[in-house]
Design a protein around this ligand. Structure first.
Ligand code: PLP
Length: 381
């Protein structure tokens, strides 16, 4: 027998009660029954996004909503400032290019967060830039970018939008959309929302809806104005992912009951515990200065093949963590602590890492990481 643990930064484990809700008999989507479920989910999504604006719920993964932001807010030829500090930052730029926008690439070293003052310099030199496109949590590097500081550059300007990929940040740490003046915020179901993949959530500020009026990019499926109109009638433009929306309603009710501040504190505690373990084991974190609370990345020690380590953790130990991407392939392990993950999942992740490193010949002070994590985790009890 092998018990398995899913501790990668998405998809994340799904709570048993939510799985049961999603297994309810299928209902038709053009019915009062579905409208009720959908309207409740959409209302609670506003609480999650900390906004009074509508939150559109799309049958798509997160990337679909990212594409929707580009096509609904901009026109071919528009200049956008892309924070490129990892795989997902790069994705903003690639989508922009696909639709004929002109990305101004701002390269940030992997493992570092962007500096708001560097963005300010670029904006001062190029005042025709229409938006900053950035990740709140750059999952590939486990870095958190300073969204609140960046929002100070955009919120008093009518002609400049802040478009934030919060796919591994919404429901992990504070990103109060209205209070900070975020103009577009995106998340996906398979992260902190602890659902299977297949839903994307996106909300626009008033300023963003204004930009939508003059945006000329082609769009059909991801026409967010159309979705907003349908949302007002408690429905969607096309067939919704009925079971996932049912699960979403259930998860959001649970999160609301826990309270958004407690949800953020829980993630922060698990993240601090994992970071303490990494330090106690003498390992090097990949994002020492601005670590995200969604996942913790570490460099595998010299002489250990990170690819084989992650494979063995998954296939031999039953513990799925994530490896490094692109330039960090084989060199990095990422331990997630978002969604339906608690104290003892975090201990499992650290204990398994210690054991796997030992198996691969690294001289690990066994139990030292676990003990360091436990000290932090005990705060919850
Ligand atoms: C920060 C970030 N942006 C975008 C994506 C892409 O989302 P999806 O795979 O749901 O399309 C991911 C997925 O891991 C992510 O972590």
């Amino acid at each position: 027998m092998k018990k398995t643990y899913l501790l990668a930064p998405g998809p994340t484990p799904v709570p048993e009660t939510v799985n049961l809700d999603m297994a309810s008999p299928m209902i038709h989507h053009r019915t009062p029954q579905f409208s009720q479920v959908f309207a409740e989910a959409a209302e609670d999504a506003k609480y999650l996004f900390q906004t009074n604006q509508d939150v559109m719920i799309l049958a798509s993964t997160g990337t679909g909503a990212m594409e929707g932001c580009i096509t609904n807010l901009f026109s071919p030829g528009d200049k956008v400032l892309v924070v490129n500090g990892g795989k997902f930052g790069e994705r903003w730029g690639k989508i922009s290019e696909t639709y004929g926008l002109v990305p101004v690439w701002h390269k940030v070293e992997w493992g570092q967060c962007v500096k708001a003052e560097d963005l300010k310099d670029i904006l001062d030199k190029e005042p025709d830039i229409k938006a900053i496109l950035v990740q709140a949590s750059e999952t590939s590097t486990t870095v958190s970018h300073p969204i609140e500081e960046i929002s100070k550059l955009t919120r008093d300007r009518d002609d400049l939008l802040l478009v934030v990929d919060g796919i591994t940040a919404v429901g992990v740490y504070p990103l109060p959309m209205d209070a900070w003046g975020i103009d577009a915020l995106v998340t996906g179901s398979q992260k902190a929302l602890m659902l299977p993949p297949g839903l994307a959530l996106v909300s626009f500020s008033e300023k963003a809806w204004k930009a939508n009026e003059s945006s000329k990019c082609p769009r059909f499926y991801f026409d967010l104005k159309k979705e907003r109109k349908n949302l007002a009638d408690k429905t969607t433009a096309y067939t919704p992912a009925v079971s996932l929306v049912t699960g979403l309603r259930s998860v959001l009710k649970n999160l609301r009951e826990e309270g958004i501040d407690n949800v953020h504190k829980r993630h922060n505690r698990l993240a601090r515990a994992t970071r303490a373990a990494v330090k106690a084991l003498g390992l090097n974190p990949v994002a020492p200065d601005a670590p995200a609370d969604s996942a913790t990345g570490l460099f595998v020690p010299e002489g250990v093949d990170g690819g084989k380590l992650v494979k063995s953790l998954r296939d031999d130990f039953g513990v799925t963590l994530a490896g490094g991407q692109d330039q960090w392939k084989g060199k990095v392990v990422r331990i997630a602590h978002l969604g339906y993950v608690d104290t003892f999942d975090t201990i499992v992740a650290v204990a398994a890492l210690e054991m796997a490193l030992k198996k691969f010949g690294h001289d690990v002070p066994m139990g030292k990481g676990v003990a360091a994590a436990q000290e932090v985790l005990l705060e919850a009890y």
